[in-house]
Design a protein around this ligand. Structure first.
Ligand code: HEM
Length: 289
């Protein structure tokens, strides 16, 4: 049986069954990583405290520090140091691996479907000056690229079970009673792969997001960031990052399988973990332009 070495699998197992953590040293590894990140963040906060300028807020930490100052006399404030640490940790945890995994899927899919990669590069050649990188303003003029990025997210489905929540009161949902305090796991897969919404749910097909004239179309069933009040707060940022990173990489490079590997050899099976990641593989980046 193949052994899954993805560290997120261990984290997930440890989350569900903490008592078996001793088997793979998870508590120590997780604690060591969290400690390392904490030390890094404390230094980061210290630097921001020293250079704080209320007229020049440089990001989330500065904005938080300003609220902390404004509420310094409120003993019940939410803007205390512990919340600064944990909300910043949340942003790191939720905002780094998700975006990088999506870009990794994108590169793998471009190696698998070189004709799609070529079409994106041709679209960029029409919209962007030679030697320039794509900017966010270009996105509206690049419907094909936009459609491909949406299809990467739909197809890769990196957070298939979203984040589990629990009911805060008894809920009556379509005749089913879900009592207060029950854990609910929303299966995003059931929507991202729904036959009623997608023409070819199991295939990578950018046309899912294009009309017959090649214009980008939004789809109600596109919910990789989940939906509702607790949907991903980083959605807007993630979409900007994905466009800039993915299109920027394709502007500079063409991605190919390494010598001796053909596109049909490339395996699109996901490695199961906290997120669904591509299996380990090699990538050749050939300079473009
Ligand atoms: C491709 C990128 C991303 C995907 C697919 C993604 C997906 C998700 C999903 C499915 C949830 C659960 C929502 C729910 O429970 O209903 C979530 C929550 C969250 N995401 Fe993202 N995310 C991405 C990028 C980011 C980024 C860049 C940030 C911030 C820098 C971020 C911050 C968060 C936070 C803080 C939550 C918890 C929200 C809450 O509980 O209210 N995410 N994300």
């Amino acid at each position: 049986m193949p052994v899954n070495t993805n560290p997120f699998v261990f984290c997930q197992l440890y989350n569900f069954y903490p008592s078996v953590g001793f088997l793979f040293g998870a508590p120590r590894t997780v604690q060591r990583n969290v400690d390392e990140l904490n030390t890094f963040l404390q230094k980061f906060f210290q630097e921001h405290r020293q250079e704080f300028n209320a007229n020049n807020l440089t990001g989330f930490v500065d904005a938080f520090l300003m609220k902390q100052q404004q509420e310094s006399r409120n003993p019940r404030t939410y803007f205390h140091n512990e919340n600064l640490l944990f909300s910043t940790l949340d942003l790191f945890a939720a905002g780094t691996e998700t975006t990088s995994t999506t870009v990794r899927w994108g590169l793998l899919l471009m190696m698998k479907y070189p004709e799609i990669q070529r079409r994106i590069q041709e679209e960029m050649n029409k919209v962007i000056e030679p030697g320039q990188l794509p900017t966010l303003e270009d996105r509206k003029k690049m419907p094909y690229t936009d459609a491909v990025i949406h299809e990467i997210q739909r197809f890769a489905n990196i957070v298939p079970m979203s984040v589990s929540r629990s009911t805060s009161r008894n809920v009556n949902f379509r005749g089913y009673v879900i009592p207060k305090g029950i854990e609910v796991i929303p299966l995003l897969t059931s929507v991202l792969n729904d036959k009623l919404h997608w023409e070819t749910p199991d295939q990578f097909n950018p046309s899912h997001f294009l009309d017959s004239d090649g214009n980008f179309i939004r789809k109600e069933a596109f919910i990789p960031f989940s939906i509702g009040r607790r949907a991903c707060v980083g959605e807007g940022l993630a979409k900007m990052e994905l466009f800039l990173f993915f299109a920027g990489l394709l502007r500079k490079f063409t991605f190919q399988p390494p010598p001796g590997v053909s596109k049909s050899d490339l395996d699109l099976t996901a490695d199961v973990g906290f997120t669904l990641t591509p299996m380990p593989h090699l990538v050749c980046a050939i300079p473009y332009e």
